[in-house]
Design a protein around this ligand. Structure first.
Ligand SMILES: C[S@@+](CC[C@H](N)C(=O)[O-])C[C@H]1O[C@@H](n2cnc3c(N)ncnc32)[C@H](O)[C@@H]1O
Length: 272
């Protein structure tokens, strides 16, 4: 396990994922019933962008710093949280900030140092459980939640060459156990072929109601670069497609490179 999210915190991929994550949690909270947010690959939760690993790559300068310098209304919910929470909030900190008294957050993380950091961030928080547990195993063990309502964020590091097929298997397993849950899976777009194969696997899975929201900084031709990213959502809440398009347009305007092939899309992979 070499991947450490601290080097990448606040980059454009985080901005896309976290802005849409905040929207998804709020959408589930339109109903009063309690819900579980399961963050299967949680990281350390909060990231110092003024010191430490993030400053070694500086990726956040082309990400969250640009959004904060030129805030857009469709991103205001996410950006307000980033400002309020101080250290750059990863997915667990954003979810924690949004929990209502009736909601719960469960985080899984395997890296020993990262799980220790996450545990200390959430020490004494009865609504938050931190597990040192394999994400793919957790999808079987922790689903369905007793609340029968929930959002599952799956955000692997893509270190392994078979990560896309593990993700497709994980989504099939998670959905089999919790068919009414909302699943959101982040993926990198380096070149098109692995993304096409992943989408095809989901189309063929028999799972209904799947949408993929993507943003590309440039045409995905150079497989050595992170040229874009996507969030695949199963059971997207009402208005996701329309609102995601507005948010992606605002993100692209601020994070775009003006290189050939930049753009965004919100594509339905399977009907309701
Ligand atoms: C991309 S980062 C997560 C970032 C986080 N979701 C956020 O948005 O702030 C992926 C994390 O998954 C952890 N990880 C890798 N393989 C895992 C596994 N099989 N189960 C649980 N965590 C894993 C890594 O240590 C890393 O911290």
């Amino acid at each position: 396990m070499n991947y450490r999210h601290a080097f990448h915190a606040g980059n454009f991929g985080d901005c896309v994922k976290h802005a849409l994550l905040v929207w998804l949690i709020r959408a589930l909270q339109r109903k009063p019933g309690g819900m579980l947010v399961l963050d299967t690959h949680a990281g350390i939760g909060r990231y110092d962008l003024d010191a430490g690993p993030a400053t070694r790559t500086g990726e956040f300068s082309a990400g969250i710093l640009r959004l904060l310098a030129d805030p857009a209304e469709p991103l205001s919910d996410y950006l307000d949280l980033v400002r309020e929470l101080g250290l750059y909030p990863g997915s667990p900190a954003l979810a924690r900030a949004l929990l209502r008294p009736q909601d719960r957050l469960a985080c899984c993380e395997l890296h020993p140092e990262d799980v220790a950091a996450l545990r200390s961030t959430f020490a004494g928080e009865p609504q938050v459980a931190v597990h040192r547990r394999d994400a793919w195993e957790a999808l079987g063990a922790l689903l369905p939640p007793p609340e029968r309502r929930g959002l599952v964020l799956i955000d692997p590091p893509y270190e392994a060459t078979d990560e896309f097929s593990r993700l497709a298997d994980g989504l099939r397993l998670g959905h089999a156990r919790f068919a009414t849950g909302v699943f959101a899976a982040w993926y990198p777009i380096k070149h098109r072929a692995p993304v096409r194969a992943f989408h095809a696997a989901l189309r063929e899975s028999g799972i209904r109601d799947i949408v993929a929201a993507e943003l590309w900084l440039r045409a995905p031709l150079d497989a050595a670069r992170l040229n874009g990213c996507g969030l695949l959502v199963i059971n997207p809440p009402y208005r996701f497609e329309a609102d995601a398009a507005v948010m992606l347009a605002a993100l692209l305007e601020r994070l775009g490179t003006r290189e050939a092939g930049e753009g965004f899309s919100v594509e339905r992979l399977a009907d309701e």
